[in-house]
Design a binder for this molecule. Sequence first.
Ligand SMILES: C[S@@+](CC[C@H](N)C(=O)[O-])C[C@H]1O[C@@H](n2cnc3c(N)ncnc32)[C@H](O)[C@@H]1O
Length: 515
Amino acid sequence: MTRMPVLSVAAVEAAADLVRRCTGLAFSGPRHSALRSGLVKAMQRAGATDPGGYMTALAEDPTLLDDLVAELTVGETYFFRDTDQFSLIRDEILPAMVARRARPLRIWSAGCATGEEPYTLAILVREHGGARDAHILGTDLSTGALARAWRASYGRWSLRGVPDRVVSAYFERVGDRFELIPSLRAAVEFRYLNLVEDSYPSLATGVCGMDLILCRNVLIYFDNEAILRVARRLLDSLSDDGWLLLGAADPPLGDIVPCQVVVTRAGLAYRRSAGRSVSLPSAWRSGGPEARHEFPFRPVEAASDGSAANEPQVPRRRGIRVPELTPRPRQSAPTPPAASEAETGGVPQDATEVVRRYREGDYAGAAELARRLVPRDGGDAGVWILLVRALANRGDLVEAGRACAAALDRHRASAELTYLHAVLLGEAGRDAEAAEAARRALYLDRRLVVAHLALGGALARLGDRDGAGRAFRNAERLLEAVPPREIVPAADGEPAGRLAEIARVQRALLSEERA
Ligand SMILES: C[S@@+](CC[C@H](N)C(=O)[O-])C[C@H]1O[C@@H](n2cnc3c(N)ncnc32)[C@H](O)[C@@H]1O
């Protein structure tokens, strides 16, 4: 270990600013001293003594940033944390969803830390027979936490309060460790995802059309601007009737983004605003939540002021400053025009409005327009691609699948449509077919990075670790030749650097020895 680096106030401020921009994490009050000591430890591990040089390296090397973030984030979590919320999910949300869905449920634990939260969801799904084949995704920024989540070996402390029956049904005791049984480990997929980046909703990151999102005890560490941005994207990643649950200490969202706020017996829950993307700002401009939702759950306790217990409660305004009043376009534009140019020689003029709406995140509008355009246009592949992506991004994966099949009838040789087909099959849990479709896409275009990633994901879920590792490595090799900020074709606006990071983390997870 190198000698202790000396940090000026300015150096700590510069680091705080960089970390805030990259991760949304804010450091005020007592957390400021945690930043200083975390910074010192991370610099020592990196062998750095000069703060300026370290900061430059930090901005360029994701592994260094990762190491610092691991030092600065609180990964505190345990199984069945907040039992009220989990009983709400078990008793109300899951049964209602299962009754309405003909497809597997899609559940996302955003900021899953070491995996206790998504595995708790997997246990609930397992116990609720009807929802056995749910697709459960756990994502986090910390690759160290993801590696531990993937290993699924826990100490007693992670299981505090969990009934013995549950422990003996789902864990095997090995020395002083509790290892989750393989079938439950296989029920959760872990991926790297930085919530403050604009990589979702998107098929490319597999985050869209979620029926239930848990993002608990994550926003609490963010600054106001990051809270706003992340809240919008979380809501945009829901299916039309999906649910977003935050932790009890997280900021209430009703006053800062348009959404439906539901008061449940386990606290506030959120749903998309009816009929349109929450990225649109009109309701927000008029201030406050746009609608209050029907009250599907058991009555909340009567309020102390005697107001009717069954009335949905308007959450109190909390001192969150709304930092901007105009919608922010996605930082990196999605690729449809470029992808279409590659395949069709350019998006037809009529499609520019579809592209505009898509870029603004108005996926419902983009899908509606694209649908009208497709038959008139005779089926330009670029417009079909926009249609499929817009439907998927607004959460309608079944319709996206139908549109993709119709598009492929007309454009058998389109590598991008074949890749989208692979992703949609994977999202539907049809992994063997997804792998086959991804291979077909690669046969059409060996250099299609996203198809390598889709193949890797499908093979990993099928348990073919070697095959998955090769696929992720192939993606990494192709990406090495591309400048990190360059937008990758067919990747829905993802830059090469971010995809390389995803491939790297996925490969690292595969090489982790599972318990
Ligand atoms: C306190 S843990 C919450 C774990 C779990 N959700 C729970 O409530 O038990 C917070 C997690 O958020 C993750 N996190 C912080 N910033 C993030 C970001 N920008 N993107 C993704 N994850 C982030 C941290 O790495 C950490 O694992």
